[in-house]
Design a protein around this ligand. Structure first.
Ligand code: HEC
Length: 282
């Protein structure tokens, strides 16, 4: 459940919207031998949206009509990742190292954006070439983009937004294209979400927590009684009652109720009611 919307887990591991109606609740796994602890995969891959997800689990035993379920949901909070993709394997880092660090940062920006430099009070600080400078400068640039946005960065390097350093990279320059490319790659990687699992505390409202509380499929004996009255116009016999011990035996007995003169009468009456105007006597 997310944003007051129900979803059900499908056999292929995806989630499909669910109306909340029991008839449409289908199992994502069946023919399972239940052990005292059962391992099930709820999530594999990335979640479309960050947010709180409430999980209810339910199962029914073969031949029984009761749905067993967890009345208290488990809660999974999906949070957007705040980690910067400043590992050397990300595409943005590769582009930075090959096209930006030497050709742009160490050639142009370092003249001012460095400790003691003209732009020392600005939010963008680089390091002069050292063993870790490529990594640290990539970190500095990606942090800047994260905090202030790539539009400001791109405007400043082209001399816009009152850049005191003036036009460093004209919009049609190769360097401008390199920064633009790196920024695009950065936004692709920073969209990765991470999962934080927590148990349910106050996350579930009373309604959410109890939505399944009243769910018990009709007891077999009640179904038998209703069917016997409706289809045969009588109460179930003791023999019928006593042999209704599973859904399987109930099904067989129901099939037995659907024959004979009384059943034909039932069909004829139902059919007449359906097809004739209600004010006509038959
Ligand atoms: C000649 C000096 C000089 C050079 C070279 C220079 N800048 Fe700047 N830059 C400044 C100064 C001074 C500021 C602070 C005032 C301002 O925001 O314009 C600044 C500000 C910025 C800002 C805004 C920082 C903030 O606080 O939001 C960005 C982004 C920026 N520069 C990017 C660059 C990049 C990238 C390069 C290299 C391509 C570069 N600059 C080259 C002088 C320079």
């Amino acid at each position: 459940m997310a944003n007051n919307q129900f979803f059900k887990l499908e056999p292929d591991g995806s989630y499909a919207p669910w109306s909340g109606a029991l008839e449409t609740l289908t199992p994502f796994a069946s023919d399972q031998m239940l052990a005292s602890s059962q391992t099930l995969v709820l999530l594999d891959g990335t979640m479309a949206e960050a947010g709180d997800y409430l999980y209810f689990a339910a199962y029914s035993v073969e031949g029984e009509s009761t749905l067993h379920y967890t009345s208290e949901p488990a809660q999974i909070s999906v949070k957007a990742s705040i980690e910067l993709p400043n590992n050397t394997t990300s595409q943005a880092a590769v582009t930075f190292e090959s096209e930006v660090e030497t050709a742009i940062v160490q050639t142009l920006c370092i003249a001012c954006h460095v400790e003691g430099g003209f732009a020392r009070n600005s939010a963008l600080q680089f390091q002069r070439t050292n063993t870790a400078s490529a990594l640290n400068n990539f970190g500095a640039l990606s942090t800047y983009v994260e905090k202030k946005g790539s539009d400001l960065l791109l405007a400043k390097i082209a001399g816009g937004q009152g850049h005191v350093g003036g036009e460093q990279l004209p919009k049609d320059s190769e360097g401008y294209a390199s920064i633009q490319k790196m920024v695009t790659e950065l936004s692709a990687t920073s969209e990765t979400a991470s999962y934080v699992f927590s148990s349910s505390d106050d996350g579930a409202s009373a309604r959410q927590a109890s939505f399944l509380t009243e769910v018990i499929l009709e007891p077999r004996q009640a179904t038998l009684r209703r069917a016997a009255l409706l289809l045969q116009g009588r109460l179930p016999t003791d023999a019928e009652t006593n042999s209704t011990v599973s859904d399987e035996t109930l099904r067989a007995i129901l099939r037995g109720l659907m024959e004979g003169p009384a059943f034909r009468e039932f069909i004829a009456v139902s059919y007449t009611h359906l097809t004739l105007p209600t004010n006509r006597e038959v």
